[in-house]
Design a protein around this ligand. Structure first.
Ligand code: 13P
Length: 346
């Protein structure tokens, strides 16, 4: 009994630390295909060495820990080293940034549902998590993808993805690793904000039913949802305040108060929109919410820095300035203190 309690307490402490002090998470866990796609767009060679250099640029940004409490890494990165020989896990830990790891193995077309995706990676997950825990990784991430379209998502895809998320989460907690549970409803398409609300509400209900059924400790996890936004090509694009209100309304209906934190993905929003919408939530609902409302952005923090870096050593300092700036904007958004002047001053 004692041992179980100690384990649960460790999970709870880590989850709290991941959303403490109004800081947030940095997703730098792009898989090979995703990272290569972003490099290819800029003409950066798609090599292991350049991926390493890019990620060294990120983790050596001075002052990053002022805004970032944890960083999500990819398996390749945790086996690489900085030029000075230190591992990425050590550099982050030395800087009081909690290291985490993406453990899903990406999405494939779901059998019987050709327009929908299912996430793979449950096979051998227990063994992988044992190794990750020994290496010093304290939290993990699993991303499920839900697509909105004509006749989709189906109940089958929502249930299968929610089941996999819950299986992953309970396996993580068994090893003392905090699971980030990420059911992403994609922004692609011309659907309305109302449709995004309806689908996200259904997805989150199903996910929390599964998490409950499989005994996940809600106090020892973080939810990483999408914001409630209209599809990218929808004619009607709501204001930041409308997005903030719809998002909080949906989450209040679906996310138990026991969950310590909600850390949004950016999902293809512009960096500025992601900050402005997060800020609007924190301004309008300040101290009225049961959970911390935070960020776990990938593109919305990294993209401007990647554009500047461009694979060149000479651009490292400028790229780090851009990365620091985006992290600082999101720290301000967590406090409800972000405004577009911050973008102009930079
Ligand atoms: P984006 O913020 O770029 O959506 O990435 C977050 C993430 O970790 C996706 O799994």
């Amino acid at each position: 009994m004692k041992l179980i309690e100690t384990k649960a307490q460790k999970l709870i402490d880590t989850a709290k630390a991941m959303v403490a002090d109004k800081k947030g998470l940095l997703a730098m866990d792009e898989s090979y295909p995703t990272c290569n796609k972003r490099f290819a767009k800029l003409g950066i060679p798609e090599t292991a060495e350049l991926r390493r250099e890019y990620r060294e640029m990120i983790v050596t940004t001075a002052g990053l820990n002022q805004s970032i409490s944890g960083a999500i890494l990819f398996d390749e990165t945790i086996r690489q080293h900085l030029k000075d020989g230190r591992s990425f896990i050590k550099v982050l830990t030395d800087n009081q940034i909690i290291p985490g790891i993406k453990v899903d193995e990406g999405t494939v077309v779901m059998a019987g549902h050709p327009r929908e995706k299912i996430t793979e990676g449950l096979d051998n997950l227990r063994e992988r998590l044992i190794e990750y825990a020994q290496m010093g990784l304290r939290f993990a991430k699993w991303r499920a993808v839900i697509t909105i379209g004509d006749g989709i998502p189906t109940q089958a895809s929502i249930e299968a993805n929610a089941h996999a998320l819950a299986r992953y989460a309970v396996l993580c907690q068994e090893e003392g690793i905090v699971p980030i549970v990420e059911p992403e409803v994609l922004m692609d398409g011309d659907h309305t904000m109302e449709r995004c609300f309806e689908v996200t509400e259904q997805v989150l209900h199903t996910v929390f039913n599964q998490l409950y059924a499989q005994g996940v400790i809600l106090e020892g996890m973080i939810l990483k949802p999408n914001m409630i936004v209209p599809g990218l090509t929808c004619k009607k694009q709501e204001s930041d305040n409308e997005v903030a209100d719809a998002t909080i309304k949906c989450l209040l209906r679906t996310v138990p108060a026991a969950v310590p934190g909600i850390a949004f993905l950016s999902g293809g929003q512009s960096s500025e929109s992601a900050s402005a919408r997060l800020n609007a939530m924190n301004v309008r609902f300040k101290s009225k919410l049961p959970w911390e409302v935070s960020f776990s952005f990938g593109r919305a923090i990294q993209q401007p820095a990647l554009n500047i870096w461009h694979g060149k050593e000479a651009n490292v300092l400028e790229a780090q300035k851009a990365l620091y700036h985006r992290a600082a904007c999101n720290l301000a958004a967590r406090r409800g203190e972000y405004n577009d002047k911050m973008e102009k001053e930079y």
